[in-house]
Design a protein around this ligand. Structure first.
Ligand SMILES: Nc1ncnc2c1ncn2[C@@H]1O[C@H](COP(=O)(O)OP(=O)(O)OP(=O)(O)O)[C@@H](O)[C@H]1O
Ligand SMILES: [Mg+2]
Length: 250
């Protein structure tokens, strides 16, 4: 069973960057196979990983829902979706990536969505790691991804507004009864010590802080991937220290 590492957090805190960094670490440490799931309809995990645009689940759903006859006679709908999802997975060097996109059609997708959730849950068995980059907030968390995670990392800035938003997210996770084995708070772009009291108020366990790294910002300004980040970047030193809690299997 793959280990699911999912990101959450308000807009622009660094969820996509952290997802890409974690994928790069798992790849370079040769820890196992990885499926990257881009669950943000404004997909940009692919860009952060230097991957060209491919098919996405939203478009597949649109095409099945607007044209149910597409399912070949004699083939169960679930089997068909499974096949389509499999073909939407892009195989890259050292990881696979699946983009969720967003269906555009007006139709009711509940039935197909439910099937899809089962298909994605099944995929988890094929990989050692599944890294899910979610869209901002959690209210809109894609219903099409699994509601289960081994590790949920709530990414925040160090501001009190940011930390309050992190608390709202984890409260919602509990309220919606997501099955999360372990959830952590990660403060991004912060080089100082954080006040323990403020962290306690979030109700999350503190994973650590990632420093602000000018090179990361430059790469994203130039549309370059995280694989172009120099190996001596401070974020890698920090991530290696935190790695045990993120990707080590116990
Ligand atoms: N540690 C860091 N040092 C410097 N720049 C960073 C760091 N982390 C993220 N950034 C930059 O901050 C911006 C936002 O990061 P990112 O896109 O990862 O956030 P996000 O939470 O995924 O945003 P969204 O909610 O829009 O999906 C990007 O330009 C990224 O390059
Ligand atoms: Mg993002």
């Amino acid at each position: 069973m793959g280990r699911i590492i999912a990101m959450a957090g308000k807009g622009g805190t660094g969820k996509t960057t952290l997802s890409a960094l974690i994928i790069r670490c798992i790849k370079e440490k040769k820890l196992g196979s990885v499926l990257a799931i881009d669950a943000d309809p404004n997909s940009n995990l692919g860009e952060a990983l230097g991957v060209r645009d491919g098919e996405n689940i939203g478009r597949i759903l649109d095409s099945i829902c607007s044209n149910p006859d597409k399912v070949p006679a004699g083939m169960a709908k679930e089997r068909f979706i499974q096949h389509q999802v499999q073909s939407a997975i892009q195989e890259e060097e050292g990881f696979d990536i699946l983009s969720m996109g967003k269906p555009e059609g007006p139709g009711c997708y509940c039935y197909v969505n439910n099937l899809l959730r089962g298909v994605i849950a099944g995929l988890v068995k094929n990989y050692d790691y599944i890294v899910i980059d979610n869209e901002a907030g959690l209210e809109h968390l894609s219903r099409r991804t699994s509601r289960f995670a081994d590790t949920l990392i709530v990414v925040s800035d160090a501001s009190s507004v940011g930390l309050k938003s992190a608390k709202r997210i984890i409260d919602l996770v509990k309220q919606l009864k997501f099955e999360v084995k372990k959830s952590f708070l990660l403060i991004n772009r912060f080089n100082k010590n954080i006040d323990n009291e403020k962290i306690k108020e979030t109700g999350l366990d503190y994973l650590g802080s990632l420093p602000n790294e000018a090179e990361i910002e430059n790469l994203s300004l130039q549309g370059k991937s995280i694989f172009e980040l120099g190996e001596n970047a401070q974020v890698f030193k920090t991530l290696n220290l935190l790695g045990e809690q993120i990707w080590e299997r116990n």
